[in-house]
Design a protein around this ligand. Structure first.
Ligand SMILES: Cc1cc2nc3c(=O)[nH]c(=O)nc-3n(C[C@H](O)[C@H](O)[C@H](O)COP(=O)(O)OP(=O)(O)OC[C@H]3O[C@@H](n4cnc5c(N)ncnc54)[C@H](O)[C@@H]3O)c2cc1C
Length: 339
């Protein structure tokens, strides 16, 4: 049984099914589900220091293949590969990238030609860096279609399930009339108290949807990211707040994101939506995968933090290989590192 069907549970359940396993998926919509708030961006070069994402060469190609295959299975579109354009805010930034674009491992993620003119509506005059392997996943659509898929096989239940609702039997676990050989918690933040020994550091994030004067066709990254969602409409995000762990939207976050957007996108803007969610982040910013140290066959797939779209598919494969195919987890993702 997979408990929690945000992005983590969605990817994991589909992969378990394609590995020939029979799965029951449980989820309840009332709880925090940051997957339905997230922009779903895949961007291999991120952060203030513009570094290559952790294990980008492994995660990005695998994620892209996985989402394409999932679209085929579910017969719906939710994966949108597209260039990511880094708006170069200064001549210094342009010079830094001019010397970096030929260097490994950056060169694998930079388009040819590496630099392009700004799209109309961009304030800076230094052009953009073109980044490959980017795009976005429409998480709500992906989650909904996967839920329909499992519902049509009577393999989805709309229920909140806690560890205390489950009984341990000789062969595994019992819940109501059902028995399971294995249980995997993939319920984001807050995790079930049975996992309380792990150092989750939840991180609130807010995102705004804005109507703009200009119509963009690429993902743009300046002092924040901007994702075109439909004609003259973009999503801009996201904030990071580790102090106020709640899902309230705030005027401060709206102002911060509008100011950041104004710093590189020209013209009038109207905020038409604002959302907040809590990322399941971990103290060392690495995912949490593996088996409970005291309960056999009880597993965790969590800690996707702010990068779930690119990492979830390969992480799910690693967890399945660990559970069913006798493969070890790499220490950086294995929850045993916190025992
Ligand atoms: C504002 C914002 C922007 C973001 N943008 C991006 C982005 O651009 N790219 C990116 O990769 N990531 C982004 N993220 C991070 C991304 O959202 C997460 O990495 C990912 O969605 C985590 O997925 P999850 O399934 O682990 O958790 P969740 O999405 O929280 O899903 C957990 C699910 O489990 C269910 N659940 C919980 N407890 C129970 C229970 N007891 N029984 C049954 N069901 C239960 C919940 O209802 C929920 O559906 C963003 C996050 C935020 C907040």
């Amino acid at each position: 049984m997979v408990i929690g069907q945000g992005l983590a549970g969605t990817v994991l359940s589909l992969m378990l099914e394609s590995d020939g396993k029979s799965v029951l998926v449980a989820d309840t919509p009332e709880l925090n589900h940051c997957s339905t708030v997230a922009a779903g961006l895949l961007n291999p070069i991120t952060g203030k220091r513009q570094t290559l994402a952790w294990k980008a060469s492994e995660f990005f190609p695998f994620a892209s293949e996985f989402y394409k295959a999932a679209e085929g299975l579910l017969e719906h579109r939710f994966f949108y590969p597209m260039p990511v354009k880094r708006v170069l805010s200064s001549v210094g930034e342009l010079n830094t990238w001019s010397s970096r674009v030929e260097e490994q491992p950056f060169s694998d993620f930079i388009s040819t030609p590496a630099f392009c003119k700004n799209p109309e509506g961009i304030v800076s005059t230094n052009g953009c860096l073109s980044i490959e392997s980017g795009g976005w996943v429409d998480f709500p659509e992906f989650i909904l279609r996967t839920r329909e898929h499992f519902s049509s096989k009577k393999a989805f239940i709309n229920l909140k399930i806690n560890w205390t609702d489950i009984t341990q039997t000789q062969d595994g676990f019992g819940f109501g009339e059902n028995t399971f050989s294995k249980i995997i918690f993939s319920n984001g933040w807050p995790a079930d108290p049975i996992w309380n020994f792990l150092p989750f550091t939840p991180m609130k994030g807010e995102i705004i949807t804005i109507e703009t004067e200009y119509d963009f066709s690429d993902i743009l990254v300046g002092s924040c990211f901007v994702l075109p969602v439909c004609t003259n409409t973009i999503k801009a995000g996201a904030t990071y707040d580790w102090r106020n762990i709640n899902t309230e939207i705030t005027p401060a976050a709206r102002e911060e994101l509008l100011n950041k957007t104004d710093s590189f996108i020209a013209g009038n803007k109207t905020v038409v939506n604002q959302q907040a969610g809590i990322r399941p982040s971990v103290r060392d910013r690495r995912p949490l995968l593996g088996e409970h140290p005291e309960i056999d066959h009880l597993y965790l797939f969590n800690g996707l933090g702010s990068k779930g779209s690119s990492t979830a598919p390969l992480l799910a494969k690693w967890l399945i290989d660990f559970i069913y195919h006798d493969q070890s987890l790499i220490p950086e993702v294995d929850l045993k590192r916190f025992k």
